[in-house]
Design a protein around this ligand. Structure first.
Ligand SMILES: NC(=O)c1ccc[n+]([C@@H]2O[C@H](COP(=O)([O-])OP(=O)(O)OC[C@H]3O[C@@H](n4cnc5c(N)ncnc54)[C@H](OP(=O)(O)O)[C@@H]3O)[C@@H](O)[C@H]2O)c1
Length: 239
């Protein structure tokens, strides 16, 4: 991996783990985040990184923040919206789509010309909830399923110059997951739903993103890859 790699949501659990991996490979992480304090801390930890403050739902600011040569882009921004369907408003659906899907699309649109100059690679994030049906997940499930459709459409349209892949994690210990993981009994119960019976760690997900951004994945595009302890495809010994 070389050149500048944009990491949106760089101050998140998976984004920051990926930023450390990109820096360790000798590439330049371009850290994009909305929280100035967290961004400054991460940038101080990674000498050579570039840091830019941006709210990804502001398309014009996003485009400006992504200016310059790029060899990779990872959109590690997201939300988990858990509400009974009957109480999920139009605004909830639109907010989930705007943050998880539309902002990812606008980021790739802004970066694509530069990515195309150097066989660039894009990594987007879906969720196990895009394909497995979970109660209370209507807004986020719909938005993340749209990210999967976006990923394959962009992979087709931008080939061969730019590769586009998508990672679908199950519950992973980051800030976004805290509503589900802060209660130890609930975390344990969810962990047991996985054939590998634990929750994911941010760095395990970042490891796949690093691979997809790098040259060893040069013939992989248009894929949605799960990092989920087997939850999306396997049934445990209990059936
Ligand atoms: N963790 C899981 O269980 C899980 C499961 C399935 C999918 N995912 C997906 O994995 C990806 C990475 O999430 P994560 O687990 O690393 O969660 P995280 O630690 O909460 O990171 C999410 C990041 O998104 C940033 N963000 C949110 N809204 C933003 C905005 N408007 N502008 C700029 N940045 C914004 C947050 O910024 P702040 O630091 O300012 O809050 C945070 O840094 C997301 O797409 C998520 O949906 C995660």
């Amino acid at each position: 991996m070389q050149g500048r790699v944009a990491i949106l949501g760089a101050t998140g659990g998976i984004g920051s783990a990926l930023a450390r991996r990109v820096a360790a490979r000798g590439a330049t992480p371009v850290l994009l985040a909305r929280d100035a304090g967290r961004l400054a801390l991460l940038a101080a930890e990674l000498p050579g990184a570039e840091a830019r403050l941006v709210d990804v739902t502001d398309s014009a600011a996003l485009k400006a923040a992504l200016a310059g040569p790029l060899s990779g882009l990872a959109f590690c921004v997201g939300s988990i919206v858990l509400k009974p369907f009957a109480r999920t408003s139009e605004a909830d659906f639109l907010a989930a789509f705007r943050l998880n899907t539309l902002a990812a699309a606008m980021a790739v649109q802004a970066a694509a010309p530069e990515l195309a100059r150097g066989q660039g690679s894009v990594v987007l994030f879906s969720s196990v909830a895009a394909r497995a049906g979970f109660a209370m997940h209507a807004a986020i499930g719909a938005a993340k399923a749209a990210v999967e459709g976006l990923s394959v459409a962009l992979a087709a349209e931008l080939a061969p110059a730019v590769r586009v892949n998508c990672i679908a994690p199950s519950l992973t210990r980051t800030r976004i997951a805290e509503p589900l993981t802060k209660n130890a009994a609930m975390a344990e119960a969810i962990a047991k739903l996985h054939p590998i019976p634990r929750l994911g760690e941010a760095d395990e997900v970042a490891a796949l993103a690093e691979f997809l951004l790098g040259p060893d994945s040069g013939w992989i595009t248009g894929q949605v890859l799960a990092v989920d302890g087997g939850r999306s495809t396997l049934r445990g010994k209990g059936g």
